[in-house]
Design a protein around this ligand. Structure first.
Ligand SMILES: [Zn+2]
Length: 435
């Protein structure tokens, strides 16, 4: 290597590794990980014994992909309940390394326990992302903590020189966010969510604050938590912010868009990322739809091994125009959310653009009513803005049914509700419900 560091990357050697180098690194880490976890994690031991596979059977990355058994959230929860183990059998370490236990958001049921070390690998990924946005040594960035409490200790940022300005991820913190943005001129905003954006918008309406000026130092804002609606996107863009979407990588790390905005990069030195046929074990082709399956490669506290995430993604390993070689994915929805109507797959993400074309339902508030995976018709509850109602409820209903049935080529049934009915329970509405 030459002595010159490529300024485009926080860690150029890792971020631009060749595919062969990535696979060699993954193989070395897998060969260490498997016996380690098999010895220490009661869940891994139980699942592998049941599958009749031992660490001795795994001599290469190819062996691992062919033989290692899968786990999912149900496996972890069942182990927790059967053995009374609060860590779901995942913990490979005890205190002081095991510092606590986190939980997944529980959007698909009972929250799943995830034991945590003090230093979580998410921070390694986050430094690369912040650098990409434009944060350099000595720069501040606004750190509105959402779920990643591990990052609070400023010692963790020493190697990067980045200076986090932490604030709580709460609507009541908006005045504080505006103040620190003006005073310290941070370079990145990590992160914003639908409720925080709505609170910033409300604050602007109440105070007349010039948000373009207040946010003028930011080179980007990270959005995560759920798919971003076009209306929300243009609102944030009107403040002069470039948006970088971020998602959880099966709860073991994160994946974030780069400036090319053509998929979210997952870091393959930290996770083995597989993309499999949703109904089987075969690898899905590059660029097609598959289920995201992850293995944590740099977690010695509670590594998830071949964890089926239930997330459907399209994934590519083609080198990105930003120069990074690590895979990119686009979220398509949750496998368990999929509804099949007359052989046609319908996901919540398919419905956002269709409902946003009507002024009354522009907010994209809807729920799919689903009894089983297959149905004779698409049944929807749709929230509408009464102040935008052009004619009558009956006419709106007819218009939506006609528009959706034509676009999807399946029978559609719609129950209309006032938007407030759907949002009263909180900021995030379940997109798929039982009848
Ligand atoms: Zn890229």
């Amino acid at each position: 290597m030459s002595g010159l560091k490529d300024d485009r990357y926080f860690d150029a050697d890792v971020e631009t590794m060749s595919r062969e180098q990535i696979e060699q690194l993954q193989e070395a880490r897998i060969l260490q990980l498997v016996p380690y976890a098999y010895q220490r994690s009661p869940l891994v031991r139980a699942v592998w014994e049941e599958a009749g596979v031992t660490p001795a059977d795994i001599r290469s990355l190819a062996d691992f992909k062919a033989k290692a058994p899968f786990i999912d959230k149900d496996t972890i929860r069942q182990f927790r309940d059967r053995h009374g183990d609060p860590f779901g059998g995942l913990a490979c370490a005890t205190a002081p390394h095991l510092r606590g236990v986190g939980f997944t958001s529980g959007t698909t049921g009972d929250p799943t326990p995830l034991p945590r070390a003090e230093e979580h690998i998410t921070l390694t990924a986050l430094k690369r992302e912040l650098w990409h946005i434009g944060v350099r040594s000595g720069d501040y960035f606004s750190y509105a903590l959402f779920t990643f409490r591990e990052g609070l200790n400023s010692d963790k940022w020493l190697d990067s020189g980045f200076r986090p300005v932490t604030l709580q991820h709460l609507p009541s913190e908006v005045p504080h966010l505006i103040e620190i943005s003006r005073r310290l001129r941070p370079k990145a905003l990590f992160m914003i969510s639908t409720p925080l954006i709505m609170a910033i918008d409300q604050y602007q309406k109440n105070t007349g604050t010039d948000l373009r000026e207040a946010f003028s130092s930011y080179r980007g804002a990270v959005f995560g938590g759920e798919p971003m609606s076009p209306a929300l996107r243009s609102l944030v863009q009107s403040w002069g912010l470039e948006i970088f979407e971020l998602t959880s990588l099966g709860d073991i790390s994160t994946a974030m868009e780069c400036r090319a905005h053509d998929g979210m990069h997952a870091w393959e030195d930290l996770a083995l990322v597989e993309h499999l046929d949703p109904d089987g074990d075969q690898e899905a082709a590059d660029g097609t739809r598959g289920e995201l399956v992850v293995t944590a490669l740099a977690d010695d506290v509670a590594p998830l091994i071949r964890f089926r995430t239930d997330d459907l993604v399209s994934l590519t390993r083609e080198t990105c125009s930003c120069g990074r070689t690590h895979c990119r994915m686009k979220l398509l929805g949750r496998k368990s959310d999929e509804l099949i109507v007359h052989g046609r797959s319908v996901m919540p993400l398919d419905l956002f653009p269709l409902l946003q074309q009507f002024p009354e339902t522009q907010a994209g508030l809807f729920q799919i009513v689903k009894a089983q995976r297959e149905a004779e018709q698409l049944r929807l509850r749709v929230g509408y803005d009464a102040s935008a109602l052009a004619t009558s409820e009956a006419e709106l209903s007819e218009r939506i049914v006609g528009g959706l049935a034509a676009a999807l080529d399946i029978p559609v049934r719609v129950e209309l509700l006032r938007s407030e009915e759907l949002t009263k329970s909180g900021h995030k509405i379940p997109r798929v419900i039982k009848p």
